[in-house]
Design a protein around this ligand. Structure first.
Ligand SMILES: NC(=O)c1ccc[n+]([C@@H]2O[C@H](COP(=O)([O-])OP(=O)(O)OC[C@H]3O[C@@H](n4cnc5c(N)ncnc54)[C@H](OP(=O)(O)O)[C@@H]3O)[C@@H](O)[C@H]2O)c1
Length: 332
């Protein structure tokens, strides 16, 4: 009888434990559901506000309002592609434009085109490959110091590809000077001026996705991309008055990119997205959702998968550069 009583007791205990567990489970499920619904609605709200911003430009914060009317944007490397597009989109927003590059004739023509948007322009001839000494940058500053500069776009780059041990030493030096040193020194000479403005200022650096996916055959370029990306993003932590933004796209249509990449994005789309990200106060931009998804996807994959993608990327950039070289030879 005692045995039966104990057996019955333990059955009752098991039953009440099961019921307790069941209610716990329901409670957790409800909590999880509430939590997921909360996250979902926040995400939806964010997407809807982004959509509203895209569809109604008047809702966006006016860039000139943030950085100051009559102010100047300085853009480096403007003969074509991304640099030229930055000049056009910023001039359309009524920033005066000062450009820095090697080719006076091309810059003169671009200035005429930009004046069509009703803004003032200026060009400075400078070959960043000659920027060995501080004096080189001081001379650039002397030509800019009287302007009310609000935006600096570090864009000039050279890309040389190939097996590192077979590349020319001068090409590696050139990539360091034009890609990395020019970004560092242009920011250095202008930072106090930007910091001391009444209105805010911005520094946009065009790095590349290789900053996150260093690849073979473009090892020096990958290194300079990582440098400019890290340099710009790290400055954003200490600066209250300057908005620093680093952009790390994959393929963007331009003379430098001759890939058959189906995920290549238009130059105008890239520049528009970077400017929108700056306006939203971001310190980093992939320049497109597609490139953000691709890079993030690879960064979360196993190392072997990531390495395969990096080898493909390096080979594709190398192939594209050889193709550009061949086309230029045919044209000459
Ligand atoms: N296109 C892409 O797929 C892609 C992808 C990722 C990142 N990016 C980045 O986007 C930026 C622009 O690329 P892009 O495709 O527009 O290239 P691009 O058309 O070749 O533009 C590069 C610019 O830099 C200038 N430059 C080169 N060497 C110079 C020097 N020594 N001194 C002064 N200026 C010099 C070039 O002027 P010259 O005409 O005088 O050579 C040109 O205006 C680069 O920073 C690149 O790393 C591009």
């Amino acid at each position: 009888m005692e045995l039966l009583r104990r057996g019955f007791q333990s059955l009752v205990q098991i039953h009440s434990k099961l019921i307790h567990k069941y209610y716990q489970h329901l409670y957790r499920k409800r909590k999880l559901r509430t939590f997921l619904m909360g996250v979902g609605s926040l995400y939806l709200l964010r997407r809807l506000s982004q959509l509203a911003m895209t569809l109604t430009p008047s809702l966006r914060r006016n860039l000139l309002g943030i950085y100051g009317e009559e102010s100047w944007a300085i853009v480096t490397g403007v003969s074509d592609g991304i640099g030229k597009e930055f000049c056009i989109q910023l001039a359309k927003q009524k920033f005066n434009i000062a450009i820095i590059g090697r080719n006076a004739k091309q810059m003169d023509q671009l200035c005429l085109q930009l004046q069509g948007f009703g803004v003032q322009t200026k060009f400075i001839v400078a070959d960043f490959n000659q920027g060995y000494e501080v004096d080189f940058y001081n001379k650039i500053y002397e030509q800019l110091h009287y302007l009310d500069i609000s935006i600096l776009v570090n864009n000039a780059r050279v890309l040389e590809t190939g097996q590192f041990e077979q590349t020319k030493m001068e090409d590696s030096f050139s990539m360091l000077r034009v890609n990395a040193l020019s970004t560092l020194m242009m920011t250095k000479i202008l930072i106090n001026k930007l910091q001391n403005r009444i209105k805010k200022a911005a520094v946009i650096t065009i790095s590349s996705g290789l900053a996150y996916l260093p690849s073979p055959l473009v090892s020096v370029y990958s290194g300079t991309s990582a440098f400019t990306n890290y340099f710009t993003q790290s400055l954003s932590f200490t600066s209250q008055k300057i908005d620093f933004l680093s952009a790390t796209p994959l393929s963007v249509k331009s003379k430098m990119d001759n890939t058959k990449d189906p995920d290549i994005i238009e130059t105008s789309e890239f520049v528009r997205n970077v400017i929108n990200d700056l306006r939203e106060g971001k310190t980093h931009s992939f320049g497109s959702c597609r490139h953000r998804r691709q890079i993030n996807f690879l960064l979360w994959r196993k190392q072997s998968v990531r390495n395969k993608a990096r080898i493909l990327l390096g080979n594709s950039i190398r192939g594209a550069q050889l193709e550009t070289g061949r086309q230029e030879e045919v044209q000459q």
